[in-house]
Ligand binder design. Structure first.
Ligand SMILES: C[S@@+](CC[C@H](N)C(=O)[O-])C[C@H]1O[C@@H](n2cnc3c(N)ncnc32)[C@H](O)[C@@H]1O
Length: 659
């Protein structure tokens, strides 16, 4: 009998070469083997996979069709063929073949995942979501599936009950690097209201036996794992939840020495205290509360060396002020229950103070506006963040940029293998760390005015084990002192806070290498119309920028129901102190129009390469479907006229110097 399949060791050899990325050698060996075993399913299939890697899609397709003909029940053959159809843009054929895979093997999770990707591309997000949930139900360790799920959750609003989703939302919040909790916060809130008893639990706060039933309410809230985790990872941007937390915080404070079930309160207060710390104590507090907090503080101060201090006292105080603000804190040896809160509110703060000594400065800040801006961000480093959405793996610049569809001819560009990238105005580091995760073998230079922002960034970078970021303090007006040219410069949300953004933009443009790329983020005049209104009101009332005034003004906005200002309540920034300050009370803010951006680019000798945000691009493409439209600023101007809030996340675009 003629053998159909070659020896195992030949297959292993080909796979070995393939895994080493020696595709041509692998292909050579597999071609030689095919001539001896023309009907081998394994070898035809492997050859198809190698051709796929070499982008020989038509050859690969032929081989996979042959494989399926040899064995119509061979699900890998259908799966590989579906992938090829997908790459060739024949999505309907891809769908049919993925469905065939699933028909043959219900647990083939990658087929569900790839179906999800196709439906996501078609903007059928609900369907995509269902496929990702199926993928992850079969394989809860499939990280790519979680990335895809988080992607779809950023463009789709959960609006009906879904008994599976909360488990995965919880997983996403628990992971440190898959997604920024803020990015999926709307759906976490929806998931809490749709799929848990949160509303009923809060309803008990209206009950006429409240606050006698406080134990019960806390016990019920403690059962809600998603809620407790959510409270620990980002400010919760929902006023209804905020009002209830304020009420609960107040009542726990009232009863602090009479609580019978210590453990349930410990558990809840650890989350509540984290939430208050993350939102930088933006919750409104009454004079009576302040008085009570002060009394507890005095009691602890007095007893710190003699009597035992109760964990609950410390925790309730940490719901009103960070632990590092209490002098007695250094004398406390935290119990196991208190450790988490101590790390968050005391140890991290002290570590950041130490990091400040290690951050190099390039200049003393002289510019008047830069000094004011620096002071703002020293007082309120922004944005505060816990977890991030990082790249699964770093890639070379061309591969990253190709995905964004920029108007550049990559064959003519020659990027360094070890690109040096400048983040001008890196803030608290989320931008620099995200970029560091994206580009292979890159070295990042992250500059900012504010030491407190930089030390937060540095601590987080070390926590996430990033070794390729240099944090530097200074004014981007003094960038020349760095004496460096960069392959990529990114500056998002920075230039519009300078005295003259054009001067700042010129300074960073001077630091670009030939062919280098620049990503810029600027406020849009149109998208911020409502903010301008509120800022004018603040100016006319001559409100001094203090934390107390910020909190009071915010309360007024909630309570006075001025509908013209409503949109601000939907901004996540409205739910933390540094966020409100950045959003409404910034010491310096310019806004741009597309016309103005174009004129600045002309002055600087820059050309526009395309916008960055995929959501904005998808919306635009629905109206303008020629590829060149994407790079036509007249069309974008027109588009913004009819979609006034489309750039509420700033104009974020790429450009480069005209050669
Ligand atoms: C709104 S934050 C944005 C931070 C960061 N790009 C991000 O997206 O997370 C603006 C940052 O720009 C910094 N900044 C403003 N003017 C600057 C200047 N002239 N030189 C350096 N940094 C500046 C501020 O200190 C602040 O941290």
């Amino acid at each position: 009998m003629i053998k159909e399949e070659p020896d195992k060791n030949i297959i292993e050899q080909i796979i070995f070469l393939f895994n080493k990325k020696k595709y041509l050698e692998a292909l050579d060996l597999s071609n030689r083997t095919i001539s001896d075993y023309p009907n081998s399913i394994l070898i035809n299939n492997i050859s198809g996979v190698i051709h796929t890697e070499l982008k020989n899609y038509f050859l690969a397709k032929k081989l996979f069709i042959k494989v399926i003909n040899l064995n119509p029940k061979y699900n890998d053959g259908y799966y590989n063929l579906a992938n090829i159809y997908n790459k060739l843009g024949e999505e309907d054929n891809a769908i049919k073949n993925y469905e065939k895979v699933i028909e043959l093997d219900k647990s083939y999770y990658k087929a569900y995942n790839n179906l999800g990707n196709i439906f996501r591309k078609r903007n059928l997000n609900k369907k995509a979501l269902d496929y990702y949930i199926q993928t992850l139900t079969i394989n809860p360790n499939y990280i790519r599936g979680f990335y895809n799920l988080s992607g779809v959750l950023q463009h789709y609003i959960l609006d009906e009950k879904n008994k599976y989703i909360n488990k995965f939302l919880l997983y996403l919040l628990e992971k440190k690097i898959i997604v920024r909790p803020n990015a999926i916060a709307t759906n976490v809130i929806n998931g809490l209201f749709l799929n848990t008893n949160l509303k009923d639990n809060f309803f008990l706060l209206e009950n006429n036996i409240y606050p006698k039933n406080l134990d019960k309410i806390i016990e019920l809230l403690n059962k809600n794992k998603l809620l407790l985790k959510f409270m620990k990872v980002c400010p919760i941007s929902n006023y209804y939840i905020e009002k209830n937390f304020i009420k609960i915080r107040n009542e726990i404070l009232n009863q602090i020495y009479n609580l019978n079930f210590k453990n349930i309160y410990l558990k809840f207060l650890i989350s509540l205290s984290a939430q208050c710390f993350l939102n930088e104590y933006v919750y409104y507090e009454t004079d009576e509360e302040r008085f009570k907090v002060n009394t507890i503080n005095e009691r602890i101060k007095k007893n710190i060396n003699t009597k035992e201090i109760n964990d609950l006292e410390i925790l309730i105080l940490s719901c009103y002020s960070p632990l590092y603000s209490f002098d007695w804190c250094k004398k406390i040896n935290p119990s196991n229950e208190l450790k988490e809160t101590f790390i968050l509110q005391y140890r991290n703060y002290n570590e950041e103070k130490k990091y400040i000594q290690k951050i190099k400065s390039i200049s003393k800040i002289n510019d008047k506006i830069s000094i004011k801006v620096k002071n703002q961000y020293e007082e309120n480093p922004y944005p505060r963040w816990t977890n991030l959405g990082l790249s699964i793996e770093p890639r070379v610049i061309n591969e990253v940029i190709e995905n964004i569809n920029l108007n550049v001819d990559f064959k003519k560009l020659n990027f360094s293998k070890n690109p040096e990238i400048l983040i001008a105005g890196c803030g608290t580091g989320q931008h620099a760390i995200t970029t560091a995760s994206k580009y292979k073998n890159s070295e990042i230079f992250a500059l900012d005015l504010s030491f407190n922002s930089l030390s937060y960034a540095k601590r987080k970078a070390e926590e996430l084990n990033f070794k390729n970021i240099n944090f530097i303090q200074g004014d981007l007006l003094d960038l020349r002192k760095l004496d460096k040219k960069f392959d990529i410069i990114e500056s998002v949300g920075v230039l519009h806070h300078m005295a003259d953004p054009l001067v700042g933009w010129e300074c960073i443009t001077d630091c670009l290498k030939k062919d280098a790329l620049m990503l810029i983020g600027l406020y849009s005049e149109k998208a911020r119309e409502n903010i301008v209104n509120i800022r004018e009101k603040i100016n006319s009332l001559r409100i001094k920028i203090t934390k107390k005034n910020i909190i009071n003004f915010r309360k007024d906005i909630f309570e006075n129901n001025i509908t013209a200002w409503d949109s601000v309540k939907f901004s996540p920034d409205f739910y933390s102190t540094s966020g409100v300050r950045d959003l409404l009370f910034h010491v310096q803010e310019h806004r741009f129009t597309i016309k103005k951006i174009r004129s600045h680019m002309n002055k600087l000798g820059l050309i526009f390469l395309g916008f960055e945000d995929t959501y904005v691009l998808d919306r635009f493409k629905k109206k303008y479907n020629q590829t060149n439209d994407l790079y036509d600023l007249d069309k974008w101007e027109d588009f913004e006229k009819n979609n006034s809030r489309i750039f509420s996340g700033m104009y974020q675009f790429w450009c480069k110097k005209i050669n």
